[in-house]
Design a protein around this ligand. Structure first.
Ligand code: 5RP
Length: 222
């Protein structure tokens, strides 16, 4: 099976976690896109969705799924999203698609985080994937200096020769070379640096359910 077929299989399996008649939270990225396509097939069963990015909002709308502003939603039973890495305890690195801040916000309102990923995303120790950190533009150099003290090498994410700007008008530093043995501790430390909007570590609140697409079928991690 190709990686895309594994993503599609896990996206299909996640439909089981979609409660009828409710608003759900939806993540960003290629796996989330497969999930949105599956959601489109059962859209009459749900009330709508809260999107974690402009791209996800556009894809949801293209399927005729009503998109709600998070400010109009008090609670959600489930948030479904992909990950760049996930460890056996459900701690994740996210933000490869630059949507980490809105992903963390929408996930924080949901009772359950269902992570959907192909099996290659499962790692023993997080950090081989560069850790995204969203920063206020004026603070990017200062934050980069602080991030170096954690042992990694921060690189400003670029697009078309310019610093990439997120949906929030901020920049991303991708930190390479980290071996993250205490994900929740590092999440707290990085979030504490002035100028950091969000770190792409989802460990203090990790995945409640991890679904992994493998050649032997969809496996449940947690
Ligand atoms: C976007 C994310 C994505 O969930 C993550 O990058 C995984 O993406 P994909 O499903 O394309 O592998 O965090 O900000």
């Amino acid at each position: 099976m190709t990686q895309d077929e594994l993503k599609q299989a896990v996206a299909r399996a996640a439909i089981e976690y979609v409660p009828s008649g409710e608003i759900i939270g939806v993540g960003t990225g290629s796996t989330a896109n497969f999930f949105i396509d599956e959601l489109g097939k059962i859209k009459d069963r749900i009330k709508g969705a809260v999107a974690s990015s402009e791209a996800t909002a556009a894809r949801l709308k293209s399927h005729g799924i009503p998109v709600f502003d998070l400010n109009d939603v008090d609670s959600m039973s489930v948030y479904i999203d992909g990950a760049d890495e996930i460890d056996p305890k459900g701690a994740m690195i996210k933000g490869g698609g630059a949507a980490l801040t809105r992903e963390k916000i929408v996930a924080s309102v949901a009772n359950k985080f269902v992570c959907i990923a192909d099996g290659s995303k499962l790692v023993d120790v997080l950090g081989a994937f560069p850790l995204p950190v969203e920063v206020i533009p004026m603070a990017q150099a200062a934050v980069a200096r602080k991030l170096k003290t954690f042992g990694g090498e921060p690189r400003l994410r670029m697009k078309d020769g310019q610093p990439l700007l997120t949906d929030n008008g901020c920049m991303i530093l991708d930190v390479v070379g980290l071996k993250i043995t205490d994900p929740a501790g590092l999440e707290a430390q990085i979030n504490n640096i002035p100028g950091v909007v969000t770190v792409g570590l989802f460990a203090q609140r990790g995945a409640d359910v991890g679904l992994l697409g493998t050649a032997e079928g969809v496996k449940k991690l947690t």
